[in-house]
Design a protein around this ligand. Structure first.
Ligand code: CMC
Length: 426
C-alpha cells in the first residue's frame, strides 16, 4: 500500500504560485509532498526537531497521539499485550502478519538455536571496564556482531541476520551485566522461552538452582511487546538514516542503541527511577521536584512525562500502570518498591491536576512506570535502557528492512540554511 493522492496545496512565493501534491495515508493523515520543492523552486523546508516532517511512508506502526492509539501492523497494542508473546509480535512487525502455529514454531526454534555467542566474544567483554555503563557496551557488542557474521547480501542471509540479532541480543545484554558484577557468564537455556531465558542468564549462578518466576517472565514479555516499535522516533530514524547509506544491519542497529541512550529518549526510564528515589530520599513529597520541573531557569524535567506525539495518555503507560501494580504485589508491596510505586502514583495524580502540565498536555509516557517494574524484577537501574533496546529490536529491524525495500529509497541527506560567515580570506 502506498499513500494516495489527496489534491494539491498551493505555495505562493516571490510572485509565483507553485502546486505541491498532497498525499493521504490509510488512516487519513495528510502530508504535503515537497520532494520536488527544491528542484522546482530553489527553496527548502526548515523544521528543527522534524516535528512537521514525514521522513517516509511506512506500513509498520500507526500512532494517533490525540486519541492515544498505538497499533502494530493494524493490531491495537492492548490486544497484542493481552494475547500475544514478544516473539509473535517480533514476527508480526518484521514479516507483516502474525504467524500461523507452524510459522511461529519455526521462528521460535530458529531464535532459540541462535542464542549462543561465539566463544571468542567473551574476550570482547573482558576488554571493557567493569564499571562501564551497559548501554555503550551493548551498542559496541551489537556492532561487533558484524565482525563475526558476514554482511547479509541475500534474502536468506538477511533473515538469518535478523534471527541472530534478536537471539544474541539478550545473551549480549546479560553477559554485559554479568561482566559488570564479575560473575561467570550463564549460557542460554534452550528449554526456556525468550523472556525466561534472559532472566536465567541475568540472575542464575552456576553454583545454585534458579527457578524463573513465570509471573515475572510474563511481565518482562509484556514490557518487550510494549516497546517493540513506535514509528519514526529518534532511534528508529537513526537506524533508517544509518541504513540509508547501505550500512549493514548490525551497524545500523548499534547506532539506534546509541540514540536510544539519551535521557530525552530511552534513557528516561533510568532517570525516572532516579527521580523517584530522590523524592523518596527527600521527604516523599514531589512538590519541590514539580516546582523545579516547571521553572524555566532550571533544566530539570519531570522524567517519564510528555511526548512529541502523544497529547493524551500514552496507551503503553496505561497498560504498564496496571502491570506494575501486579508485579509489585508479587515481589513485595510493603518494601522499598511499594513506596516507589506509591510515590509514582501520587506524582501522576498531582501532575495531572497541575495547570502547567494540563496546559501543555503532558501525560505519563511509557518510561514512567516501566522503571518501577524493572526494579521490582531485580533489574539494575543502569540496565533499564538496555531492556528498552531489547524490546525495540523488532521495530528497528522492520523499519530498516522497509526502508531498504522502498522503491523511493535514497540516502538520507537533509539540507541546511547556512548562517555562518560569508566568504572571507586570510
Ligand atoms: N517536564 C516539564 N516540562 C516539560 C516536560 C517535562 N517532562 N516535557 C515537556 N515540557 C514542557 C517544555 O518545557 C515546553 O514548555 P514551553 O512550551 O513552556 O517551552 C513544552 O512542555 C513542550 O515541550 P517540548 O520540549 O517542546 O516537547 P518535545 O516534543 O520537543 O519533547 C520530550 C518531548 C519527550 C522530549 C519531552 O516531553 C521530555 O523531555 N520529557 C521528559 C523525558 C522523557 O520522559 N522522555 C521519554 C519520552 S517517551 C519514550 C521515548 O521516546 O523513549
Amino acid at each position: 500500500m502506498s499513500a494516495k493522492s489527496a489534491g494539491e496545496a498551493t505555495l505562493q512565493y516571490d510572485g509565483k504560485s507553485i502546486s505541491l501534491p498532497v498525499v493521504e495515508g490509510t488512516e487519513g493523515e495528510r502530508g504535503i509532498d515537497v520532494s520536488r520543492l527544491r528542484s522546482d523552486t530553489g527553496l527548502i523546508t526548515l523544521d528543527p526537531g522534524y516535528g512537521n516532517t514525514g521522513s517516509c511512508e511506512s506500513a509498520v506502526t500507526f500512532i494517533d497521539g490525540e486519541k492515544g492509539i498505538l497499533r502494530y501492523r493494524g493490531y491495537p497494542i492492548e490486544e497484542l499485550a493481552e494475547k500475544s508473546t514478544f516473539l509473535e509480535v517480533a514476527y508480526l512487525l518484521i514479516r507483516g502478519e502474525l504467524p500461523s502455529k507452524a510459522e511461529f514454531a519455526e521462528f521460535d526454534n530458529e531464535v532459540t538455536l541462535h542464542t549462543m555467542l561465539h566463544e571468542d566474544f567473551k574476550k570482547f567483554f573482558s576488554a571493557m571496564p567493569k564499571s562501564a555503563h551497559p548501554m555503550p557496551v551493548t551498542a559496541a557488542a551489537v556492532a561487533a556482531l558484524a565482525t563475526f557474521y558476514p554482511e547479509p547480501d541475500t534474502e536468506e542471509m538477511l533473515q538469518r541476520a535478523v534471527v541472530r540479532l534478536i537471539a544474541k541480543y539478550s545473551t549480549l545484554a546479560a553477559f554485559a551485566y554479568k561482566h559488570s558484577l564479575g560473575q561467570p557468564f550463564m549460557y542460554p537455556r534452550n528449554s526456556l522461552d525468550y523472556a525466561s531465558n534472559f532472566l536465567h542468564m541475568m540472575f542464575a549462578v552456576p553454583c545454585e538452582e534458579y527457578q524463573v518466576d513465570p509471573v515475572i517472565a510474563r511481565a518482562l514479555d509484556l514490557l518487550l511487546i510494549l516497546h517493540a516499535d513506535h514509528e519514526q522516533n529518534c532511534s528508529t530514524s537513526t537506524v533508517r538514516m544509518v541504513g540509508s547509506s547501505r550500512a549493514p544491519l548490525f551497524a545500523s542497529i548499534s547506532a539506534g542503541i546509541s540514540a536510544l541512550w539519551g535521557s530525552l529518549h530511552g534513557g528516561a526510564n533510568q532517570r525516572v527511577i532516579e527521580m523517584l528515589e530522590q523524592i523518596q530520599a527527600e521527604d516523599g513529597s514531589a512538590d519541590r521536584f514539580l516546582e523545579r520541573a516547571k521553572d524555566k531557569n532550571d533544566t530539570t524535567r519531570l522524567m517519564g512525562f510528555g511526548h512529541r506525539v502523544y497529547k493524551s495518555y500514552d496507551p503503553r503507560a496505561a497498560i504498564l500502570k496496571k502491570a506494575c501494580a501486579d508485579v509489585v504485589d508479587r515481589t513485595g508491596a510493603n518494601g522499598d518498591i511499594g513506596q516507589l510505586l506509591e510515590i509514582a502514583m501520587r506524582l501522576e495524580e498531582v501532575t495531572l491536576r497541575d495547570d502547567y502540565f494540563v496546559e501543555r498536555r503532558l501525560y505519563p509516557n511509557v518510561d514512567f512506570y516501566s522503571g518501577v517494574i524493572y526494579k521490582a524484577m531485580g533489574i539494575p537501574v543502569n540496565m533499564f535502557t538496555v531492556m528498552f533496546a531489547m524490546g525495540r529490536l523488532p521495530g528497528w529491524i522492520a523499519q530498516w528492512i522497509e526502508m531498504r525495500r522502498d522503491p523511493a529509497f535514497r540516502i538520507g541527506r537533509p539540507r541546511q540554511i547556512y548562517v555562518g560567515e560569508t566568504e572571507r580570506h586570510l
